[in-house]
Design a protein around this ligand. Structure first.
Ligand code: SF4
Length: 316
């Protein structure tokens, strides 16, 4: 049966523009200032990336009070609340903000609606760093809605001044279900001015959905704390994949997952370097899954400029 074995490889997958920028920010900061460079939280939610940067001299801390006075600290791609900026300023830290511009966009929306005295329903996962950062922009106006089942508990001041915003890395379908239930309860609910779930999250979900119905197994490369990677497994299963697993490395694949499997789908979260996907493809090729067909649903060309502090000086 080995001739029927094949891999479907999702495209787009892996690094998004925000992750690429955040990782390069730490690398450039290390080049420019030398080690150590402090980083508040994981720069992106990927074990391999964090370990590799740590080997180069990045020191990952939970909070800015762990950073020595006056040192350099990079803020992660997930964004920070204004309180974190204030605390860093009080400690005279030199900050480099690697917040993804698409997260910053949601912060701006939150600030604007709070200024206009709206109640803001922020759909997202409780405890996620991005949600903490966004909610911190206007804590008195924002309440978290953690999925469709949280809708019943939501109460608001004025149903006619209500808007929903969201974390950038959610499942599109589940978020739309949450919004549907919110709108049932609050018919005047306003939509965000533009999509908060980012292009990269959406594109990776569309690609995995396209291949999932043909897959006996989908392997998503990504870390357990990576929201968009975890969502890819869920989306694959909902779209018809018979099984789905999240792995950081090829070595975490359990041989028994491949029993009776003809088609394996492979994709990766937005924080995952391609070398880890290659590792999975090599692992599969060694077990007879050498034929790889790409399932391409979008081409991505977006890039973001580095934070100002790290851009080359202008010569003119
Ligand atoms: S997943 Fe989206 S919001 Fe998050 S860093 Fe990437 S582009 Fe930015």
């Amino acid at each position: 049966m080995s001739e029927t074995k094949r891999v479907l490889l999702a495209e787009p997958r892996g690094y998004c523009a925000g992750v690429d920028r955040a990782v390069e920010t730490v690398e450039r900061a290390l080049d420019k200032h030398g080690a150590p460079v402090y980083v508040r939280k994981e720069i992106v939610h990927n074990r391999h990336v964090v370990e590799t940067l740590a080997e180069r001299g990045a020191i990952f801390v939970g909070e800015t009070d762990e950073v020595p006075e006056g040192a350099i600290v990079v803020f992660s791609a997930h964004g920070v609340s204004p309180l974190v900026h204030q605390t860093a300023a009080q400690r005279n830290l030199k900050t480099i903000d690697a917040t993804c511009p698409l997260v910053t966009k949601v912060h701006q929306e939150a600030k604007r609606f709070a200024r206009d005295d709206y109640d803001i329903l922020l759909i997202g996962h409780e405890g996620h760093e991005e949600v903490e950062g966004t909610a911190g922009e206007a804590p008195e106006h924002i309440q978290l809605v953690d999925g469709p089942d949280s809708v019943d508990a939501v109460t608001v001041r004025d149903e006619s001044k209500l808007v929903w915003l969201s974390q950038t890395t959610l499942s599109v379908d589940e978020t739309m279900e949450t919004v549907r239930r919110l709108r049932e309860k609050f018919p005047l609910l306003n939509d965000p001015p533009s999509d908060d779930i980012c292009y990269a999250t959406q594109n990776r979900q569309v690609a995995v959905k396209a291949m999932a119905p043909e897959c006996d197994l989908v392997i998503v490369v990504g870390s357990q704390n990576s929201s968009n990677s975890v969502r890819l497994v869920e989306v694959a299963l909902q779209a018809g994949a018979k099984a789905g697993h999240l792995v950081d490395y090829a070595r975490e694949i359990d041989e028994t997952w491949l029993e009776g499997v003809s088609t394996v789908g492979v994709t990766s979260g937005a924080s995952v370097p391609e070398v880890l996907v290659r590792g999975v493809l090599d692992y599969l090729a060694e077990r007879g899954y050498g034929t790889v067909e790409t399932v391409n649903t979008a081409n991505e060309t977006l890039t973001f400029a580095l934070p100002r502090e790290l851009r080359p000086a202008r010569t003119s």
